[in-house]
Write a protein that binds this ligand. Sequence first.
Ligand SMILES: [Zn+2]
Length: 83
Amino acid sequence: MCIPDSVPRAIRPYADMPDHTTSHTRVSCPYCGEIVSITFDPAGGARQEYVEDCQVCCRPWQMVVSVAPDGTAEVTVTAADDL
Ligand SMILES: [Zn+2]
């Protein structure tokens, strides 16, 4: 099997959203530890950094999305207010 586990294909938490431009993955919140489903846009660039709030505890995540030339995306989440 060569399906990267960062791209769960069987899970469609947002069935009403168009699936053409975004991908789903699940991340563990660095604050509350909850596993949260997120969407990101692999077409948005090879490396994307932005802040997104946790859907559970509303604290800010620093998101880093890296997209390989073959389309494989890797999403990293760290605490954004760890100053
Ligand atoms: Zn959280």
